[in-house]
Design a protein around this ligand. Sequence first.
Ligand code: ZN
Ligand code: ZN
Length: 247
Amino acid sequence: MQITTLGTSHGYNTAGNFYTSTLVETENGSFLIDAGCQADTMMIHAGKDAGKIKAIFITHPHTDHMGGIISTMKDIERKSGKTQKYTVYLPEDLEAAIRAWADAIHVGIPNASFVFYKEGVIYDDGALKVEAIQSHHLKINDEYVSYSFVVETEGKRVLFTGDLSCDAHDFPTVSAEKEFDLCVSESTHFKPHHVAEALGKARFKRIIFNHIWDEWRTPEGEAEWLRGLSNVTCPMEFAREGKTYEI
Ligand SMILES: [Zn+2]
Ligand SMILES: [Zn+2]
């Protein structure tokens, strides 16, 4: 499996860093986790074929996680010659809104279907399985949730955290229960000391920090982040736009 971090920024694009979207490539097709940035554009830059995407999994409907979904769907249709059937997995029933917006900006999405998911196994095609785990994320009026995904394919297990709460108390507990070949963790909504205990207990072989807050972008900031996680023994690094990781 190959994982490419197409966009690595948080709720604001910054110079050279764009909203979150991560491509998962397997021998049985490609999958997107979030489509915040213009994932189609970032895939062209990274030399990736949007026409192979079978499903898009949206962690939560914030603009930095699904603002680029229409242009991404357009490119799946176009690059596959309108032959690729694909499904968009959403934690809220936004099908009508997406179809209306696509229609309003003259994008045909005849091959798309939509699934409204909650916690549990949300996808299993026999080759790749995705389980969704709810996190608490932000308080906006009432609680605003996001989801993390456990992806299992080709004998590997990867945890993708969605956006978490501001003290990371909702870091997925499955991280300590099962071994993971990789964790792709957000790194905006909490400080390293909030997550040090959870990452210390986690059975990760490797961690890539994504959805990166500006403070950690500089060499000094990165060093401070890693110092705060000095109890974590597995290799850790910050994601970069368009970088591909072989798992
Ligand atoms: Zn976000
Ligand atoms: Zn968010």
